[in-house]
Ligand binder design. Structure first.
Ligand code: FES
Ligand SMILES: [Fe+2]
Length: 369
């Protein structure tokens, strides 16, 4: 690992980018699963997905399948979704509602607390003691409506990893206790997760890729600020665009678009307009395939019409970005991309991201104090 990262780090400090191999190598992807996706808190879903007792959804942290649920006491809990009997996943469905977790293989049945309650024919098994078998818990913490999980026992608290992000969001005027989930859009993107993140982290491409976005914003006032595991881009609306004529944006109090990335896979947007927040989540499905999940939250009083304006515009931008990152992936896979160049001031975001990646792969991660 250190050989791999040392060379790359030197180039990065001189403004050179990762090479194409980083987006296609199965070995690097395996390493990322262990060192990135199994070490850091990741956004897994929102609280309304587990509103009721027994409601659950499944997720994958690196190589580890997990199930997140609301238990009988009303707590949100997470478990490694691997059966103690013969190692099958317990729950296969993406989401649902059940009062016990019955393994779909031989029917071992766990409670919502993860403890084994019953196993078919266990009476005929000598010395069988159900209390010796429990699903392994994973850590789960929430920030507003957002649920995060990690398989790491070493990771510090979620809020330590999120750093400045909760404060930044509070300053936009968005009240996380108030917003409610409205809609979700999934994109099956044929690109490495890093290509998607890096594209999110710069607006150098905005003028060419997103002309309708660039029309409404003041690109010269674009700024990017990085702090620990959080990178935030701010793009104000043009001064001379009155609130009522903000192009595709619904009218509202928020004037600055704020787009934050929280290592390793969570993006959160506040668009100009009425009280809104959206999550943009990277769920890697393989070295060259990423599920990008867009979830939209609004204050209850925001009308369906204003909601539609914000969502339609965001998804249009997203469609444009998907074209770009899939094209980057094909370029990376060509064998002809032997590192490019980052433009100062415009591409500090992806450059900082690549540094975080190298730091993480080298094993420099925050741990519990
Ligand atoms: S593997 Fe789960 S019951 Fe057999
Ligand atoms: Fe974009």
């Amino acid at each position: 690992v250190n050989d791999l990262t040392a060379d790359t780090r030197n180039g990065l400090d001189e403004g050179r980018t990762l090479t194409g191999t980083w987006y296609t190598s199965p070995e690097i992807w395996e390493l990322e699963k262990r060192r990135v996706f199994e070490q850091f808190w990741q956004y897994v879903g929102h609280v309304e997905q587990v509103a009721k007792q027994g409601q659950y959804f499944t997720f994958q942290l690196g190589n580890v399948p997990i199930v997140v649920l609301r238990d009988a006491e009303g707590q949100i809990r997470g478990f490694v979704n691997v059966c103690c009997h013969r190692g099958s996943e317990v729950v296969l469905e993406k989401e649902g509602m059940r009062q016990t977790l019955q393994c779909h293989y031989h029917g071992w049945t766990y409670g919502l607390d993860g403890r084994l309650r019953a196993a078919p024919r266990s009476k005929s098994q000598p010395n069988f003691d159900a209390s010796e078998y429990s699903l392994q818990p994973v850590r789960v913490e929430t920030w507003g409506p957002f649920i995060f999980a990690t398989t790491s026992d070493e990771a510090p608290s979620l809020f330590e990893q999120l750093g400045v992000l909760p404060d930044l969001i509070a300053k936009t005027g968005v009240d996380l206790d108030k917003v409610r989930f409205r809609s979700v859009s999934d994109y099956d993107v044929r690109a490495n997760w890093k290509a998607v993140a890096e594209n999110f982290l710069e607006c150098y491409h905005c003028a060419v890729t997103h002309p309708s976005f660039t029309d409404t914003v003041d690109l010269d006032s674009f700024s990017v600020v990085a702090d620990s595991y959080v990178i935030t881009e701010t793009v104000p609306l043009k001064d001379d665009v009155p609130a009522a004529e903000q192009g595709a944006y619904a009218p509202g109090d928020i004037r600055d678009g704020r787009y934050s990335f929280a290592w390793p896979s969570f993006m959160v947007n506040v668009f100009p307009g009425p009280m809104n927040i959206s999550t943009n989540q990277l769920i890697p499905l393989g070295v060259d395939r990423t599920l990008v999940r867009y979830q939209f939250f609004f204050a209850p009083e925001v009308s369906a019409e204003d909601e539609k304006a914000v969502v339609d515009f965001a998804l249009q931008i997203q469609d444009e970005d998907v074209q770009i990152v899939e094209s980057v992936q094909r370029g990376a896979a060509s064998g002809y991309f032997n590192s490019g160049v980052f433009f100062e001031n415009w591409e500090n975001g992806p450059q900082y991201f690549q540094r975080l990646l190298l730091d993480t792969l080298d094993g420099h991660v925050a741990t519990k104090s």
